[in-house]
Design a protein around this ligand. Structure first.
Ligand SMILES: Cc1ncc(COP(=O)(O)O)c(C=O)c1O
Length: 308
């Protein structure tokens, strides 16, 4: 290899590969992150290249947003994180109220109108398979960017994929299938990808839970093989409150064909209508009234901090 080739194929410097380099160029404010005990500007927050989260995919995370500048359902997200940590044997380096304090402090420091908060906990640096030292804890609070309005107005399409997550009940950092499936879906003209089981029944999406409105009407959403979504729980409570029956069971193909409406839920999306799954048109192929009502009810709860 000539010197020239070596020069041309050099690995870009760390700072060149960071998304915030673009932010800097557009003169946007860089957020502060909390990284292993210190509050650092995003471009200075770094962890070891030997971190088990990177090398072995041994990490957990949570993702939530603020409404009116305050984190929504933070206690529920911390519950899920700490429950997952116990399940996989990861000892959190900080207690829940400590992490909640870090979140509040970051929001104050960054002063975005609304933020997307991500809490990441990994096995920490290790040259072996198992953790050797203290875990890594990162809390990021970036400016929140809502999903495009057309998705709420027109509804989205989903491509099914047999890929799935390991330990689906846990929000681990292993989103390998999600990255592969979402890219495939995009190339094939779909908005997103959704995992199916061996029988073709829908489980959950790359980063969201799925619901169908069957005649009755009644709401169907799977319980097994999915992340227990915090938004989904809230929507289920709202549905039950409005006397819409909810059944937690697999969402088979035949149900899909009979579905009047379908929607997906996640903390950063709220509720987004689905109008097509593969070649199956859902209902009339437009967002339905039940979806719109549940979305409005969820928004009201989130914005006014009402009990669901
Ligand atoms: C795989 C998966 N399922 C479901 C969800 C929705 O969970 P929540 O409503 O708690 O954000 C997410 C959120 O990121 C997810 O990654």
């Amino acid at each position: 290899m000539s010197t020239n080739q070596v020069e041309n194929s050099r690995t870009p410097a760390f700072s060149e590969r960071q998304p915030w380099r673009t932010l800097k160029m557009t003169n946007k404010r860089l957020p502060f992150y909390f990284c292993n005990g210190a509050y650092l500007r995003a471009d200075h927050a770094t962890i070891s290249v030997g971190d088990l989260g990177l090398i072995r995919g041994f990490g957990l995370f949570e993702s939530l947003r603020t409404y009116g500048g305050k984190p929504f359902l933070l206690a529920e997200h911390l519950d899920r994180l700490f429950h997952a940590a116990k399940t996989v044997g990861l000892k959190p380096p900080m207690r829940r109220h400590g992490i909640a304090r870090v979140v509040r402090r970051l929001l104050k420091k960054n002063r975005f109108a609304e933020s997307l908060i991500r809490i990441v906990m990994t096995g920490g640096p290790s040259s072996a398979l198992l953790p050797l030292g203290p875990p890594t804890l990162i809390v990021m609070a970036d400016e929140f960017h809502p999903f495009p309005p057309w998705q709420y107005e027109k509804g989205i399409s989903l491509m099914t994929t047999p890929l799935a997550r390991i330990h689906p009940e846990i929000k681990s950092t292993v989103y390998f299938s999600a990255v592969v499936a979402a890219a495939q879906a995009g190339r094939r003209g779909f908005t997103e990808a959704v995992y199916v089981d061996r029988k073709g029944a829908l489980l959950e999406g790359t980063t969201y839970n799925v619901f169908a409105v069957l005649p009755g009407p009644r709401l169907i959403t799977p319980r097994e093989g999915v992340l227990p979504g915090i938004t989904a729980d809230c929507v289920i409570a709202l549905a039950r409150k409005s006397e819409l029956p909810v059944e937690r069971r697999p969402l088979s193909r035949s149900m899909l064909r009979r579905a009047r409406e379908m929607f997906i839920t996640s903390s950063n999306r709220e509720v987004i209508p689905v109008i097509r799954v593969d070649r199956v048109r859902i209902g009339d192929g437009i967002p339905g009234g039940v979806t719109q009502q549940l979305h409005a009810a969820y928004r009201a709860v989130a914005q006014n901090r009402l009990p669901p």
